[in-house]
Design a protein around this ligand. Structure first.
Ligand SMILES: Nc1nc2c(ncn2[C@@H]2O[C@H](COP(=O)(O)OP(=O)(O)OP(=O)(O)O)[C@@H](O)[C@H]2O)c(=O)[nH]1
Ligand SMILES: [Mg+2]
Length: 335
C-alpha cells in the first residue's frame, strides 16, 4: 500500500514498482484506490496498460474501501498486489480515517510512504502522522533526478525510523532503483564538487594524490603543492569541497588561511633549503632552522611555522590515506 502527500509520486511509483517486480518474474496486480483525483483511474490504468500489468479500478465509484476489498478478491491469484491511494495531508482527518480503513481491510505486508525529494522541513511531521495512522514500513523517495537532493526526506526517515526502500529518479517506469546509501549520501554531500576538484587536480601534474596519501609527503611535494594550490584556488575552498568532517580532520581558521603572501614566504624559505632537507625534512634541526631563516631573510619563527604547517598537512594526508576513504574515493573517480 502506497501512501503520501498529494503529488508526491504515488501513482507513478505504483506503476514503477509493478514494473520492478514484473522484471523479476513476478505477477503484479495494481489496485487504484484513489477516488478523489479526477483522472486517477485513467492515469493508473494507462500506465499499467503500457507495461502489461493487470489493473483493478472502479471508475466513478467513491467508496475507496469497497474498491480495495473487491480488488483484493479479484487479484488474489497474483504474486504481489500494489494499492495506490489518494494523496492526503496529515490535517485532513477524513482522508486519514479512510486511509486507516483501507489499511485495516488490506493488511498490507508493506505500507510505503512516498516522499518527494523536494520536501523540506515539514517532512518529519508528515511522516510521523502517516506512521501513527497506518505504520510506515518503508519509504520511497521520488524525483531525485531533479535538483532536490532529498535532505528533507532524510529527516522523515530519522523521525519514524523506517528504511528507504527505493528511490525514483526519472519519469519513465524503469526509473526505480533499490536504495543505495553510499550513492545517496555522496549526492547529498555534493560529491560532484569533489569530482570537479579531482578533475582540476588531475590537470595539474604537480599534485600526485597517490604519493600524498601514502604518507611520503616531503617538503618538496609541499612546495609543489603550494604552487599547484595557487592554480587550484584557495586552500579553504579546496578543503570545503572535501567531506573532511567525515574523515575526522578539523582545521582551525588560522590553518585554513593560506594567503598569497604566506605561500610566497613559504616558497622563499624552501628555496633556502638544501635538496636533502626538502626530501627529508626530519633532518632539519634548530641549527638548520637558523641557517634557513638567515639565508631566506625570514625569521626562525616563520621557518618553524612552515614546518608546523607541513607536518599538519602530512598528517592530514596520511590520515586520509590510512582511513582509506580518500584513496577509495580517488579510485572511484579514476585518479
Ligand atoms: N522527474 C520525475 N518526476 C516524477 C517522479 N515520480 C513522479 N514524477 C512526476 O510527478 C508528478 C506527480 O506524480 P504522481 O505519481 O501523479 O503523484 P501522486 O502522488 O500520485 O499524486 P496525487 O495522486 O495527486 O496525490 C507526475 O508528473 C510524475 O510524472 C520521478 O522520480 N522523477
Ligand atoms: Mg496519484
Amino acid at each position: 500500500m502506497l501512501v503520501g502527500l498529494q503529488g508526491s509520486g504515488k501513482t507513478t511509483t505504483t506503476a514503477k514498482l509493478a514494473r520492478y517486480f514484473q522484471k523479476k518474474g513476478l505477477k503484479p496486480f495494481v489496485i487504484c484506490a484513489d477516488t478523489y483525483r479526477p483522472a486517477a483511474y485513467e492515469q493508473l490504468s494507462t500506465l499499467c496498460e503500457k507495461i502489461g500489468v493487470s489493473f483493478y479500478g472502479e471508475k466513478g465509484e467513491k467508496d475507496a474501501v469497497g474498491i480495495v476489498r473487491r480488488g483484493l478478491k479479484e487479484g488474489r491469484k497474483y504474486d504481489i498486489k500494489i494499492i495506490d491511494t489518494t494523496g492526503r495531508h496529515a490535517l485532513e482527518h477524513e482522508l486519514i480515517e479512510e486511509m486507516k480503513k483501507i489499511h485495516e481491510i488490506a493488511q498490507p505486508e508493506h505500507t510505503i510512504l512516498v516522499l518527494d525529494a523536494a520536501i523540506g522541513q515539514g517532512a518529519s511531521e508528515q511522516a510521523r502522522a502517516f506512521d501513527e495512522a497506518v505504520g510506515v514500513s518503508g519509504i520511497i523517495i521520488t524525483k531525485l533526478d531533479g535538483t532536490a537532493k532529498g535532505g528533507g526526506a532524510l529527516s522523515a526517515v530519522s523521525e519514524i525510523g523506517s528504511p528507504i526502500a527505493f528511490i525514483g529518479a526519472g519519469e519513465t517506469l524503469d526509473d526505480l532503483e533499490p536504495f543505495d546509501p553510499n550513492r545517496f549520501i555522496s549526492r547529498l554531500l555534493g560529491m560532484g564538487d569533489i569530482q570537479t576538484l579531482l578533475e582540476r587536480a588531475k590537470e595539474i601534474k604537480e599534485i600526485e594524490p597517490k604519493k600524498m596519501l601514502s604518507g611520503q609527503f616531503t617538503l618538496k611535494d609541499f612546495y609543489e603543492q603550494l604552487e599547484a594550490m595557487e592554480k587550484l584556488g584557495p586552500l579553504k575552498q579546496i578543503i570545503q569541497m572535501l567531506p573532511l568532517g567525515g574523515m575526522g580532520i578539523k582545521l582551525s581558521d588560522e590553518e585554513y588561511e593560506m594567503t598569497k603572501e604566506k605561500i610566497d614566504r613559504f616558497k622563499v624559505i624552501m628555496k633556502s633549503m638544501t635538496k636533502k632537507e626538502l626530501e627529508n625534512p626530519r633532518i632539519i634541526d634548530s641549527s638548520r632552522v637558523l641557517r634557513i631563516a638567515r639565508g631566506s631573510g625570514t625569521s626562525v619563527e616563520e621557518v618553524r611555522n612552515l614546518l608546523k604547517y607541513y607536518k599538519m598537512m602530512q598528517k592530514a594526508m596520511k590520515g586520509m590515506g590510512d582511513r582509506g576513504k580518500m584513496a577509495r574515493l580517488m579510485k572511484r573517480f579514476g585518479v
